[in-house]
Design a protein around this ligand. Structure first.
Ligand SMILES: [Zn+2]
Length: 287
């Protein structure tokens, strides 16, 4: 089962004698929705930046204006326009001239990239409905924030992983109510598999290897790609983790079994690729 194929049932846009016909109002609506999605993506990225910086510290996300970390000047509205304000000020604080972290424009750009990626893949698969493109972008944004927090803090906040579970089930139900059960089973299987693994690791090595954050994220993966996609999520994650760990290890000149691994970041990438492109299949199963 491919996750992309379930959005292509409507087939391609019809043409009359090779001449493109006027887009139906439905498709004009899609175009407006797509442009709006890309326009607000950098603003969503700004918000994700706040999440990435404040959630691990247990700070409120909504309360409290953004401040320059150097001079504590409260940032005005003009400082909060994504990408543009960073570029116009040359990446420096308007008040004290201190260099601002590349993290802010980086996340804003990445949020735009994630939305564009979802739009590209879903549009290429036929006529994905506007809401599904938004759902895909929402998944991508949540995974982006999770991956960054895990890379920086080895932490997957419940505030992001847990809502992804009902969100994935809701999307599955909206696409096809008959698909809900495999996705519910996927969420349960994902959590149990990782919780058992974490328990086994603790018994065996006497220390935490996998956190329950990984189990909750893997449950969210099951909710989004159903039980049949869990293997692909895990395979992507392991392959990416191996590749990155090898490259980083070679450059640093050595690996140790105690080097912490932000496995949630790789799970997030695996979930994203599996949701967009469908589960990996062995060649013999493709025909
Ligand atoms: Zn400043």
């Amino acid at each position: 089962m491919s996750c992309v194929s379930w959005v292509t049932a409507a087939g391609p846009l019809p043409t009359a004698a090779g001449r493109p016909i006027m887009p139906a109002p439905h498709h004009r609506g899609r175009a407006v929705s797509d442009v709006f999605l890309l326009l607000i993506s950098p603003f969503v990225g700004s918000f994700l930046g706040v999440l990435v910086l404040r959630l691990p510290r247990g700070e409120g996300v909504v309360a409290g204006r953004s401040r320059c970390p150097h001079c504590q000047a409260t940032l005005g509205v003009a400082d909060l326009v994504p990408l543009l304000s960073y570029l116009l000020r040359g990446g420096k604080c308007r008040h004290c001239g201190a260099r601002l972290s590349w993290l802010y424009p980086g996340i804003e750009l990445a949020a735009l990239g994630v939305a564009g990626w979802a739009l590209w893949v879903l549009s290429g698969s036929g006529q994905a409905e506007a809401w599904l493109v938004w759902a895909g972008a929402g998944l991508g944004w949540a995974l982006l924030a999770l991956a960054l927090i895990d890379l920086r803090h080895f932490l997957l906040p419940d505030a992001i992983t847990l809502p992804l579970i009902p969100a994935g089930l809701a999307v599955a139900w909206l696409v096809d109510p008959a698909k809900l059960l495999p996705h519910v089973l996927g969420a349960a299987a994902g959590f149990l598999a990782f919780a058992a693994l974490a328990w086994g690791y603790r018994r065996l090595r006497g220390r935490e290897g996998l956190g329950l954050g990984d189990a909750k994220l893997f449950a969210a993966a099951g909710a989004w790609v159903s039980w049949s996609g869990l293997g692909s999520v895990l395979l992507w994650a392991v392959l990416l983790a191996l590749a990155v760990t090898l490259v980083v290890g070679l450059r640093r000149g050595g690996l140790s079994g105690r080097t912490p691994l932000p496995f949630g970041a790789y799970l997030a990438a695996g979930l994203w690729l599996t949701w967009l492109y469908g589960p990996l299949q062995p060649a013999w199963a493709l025909t």
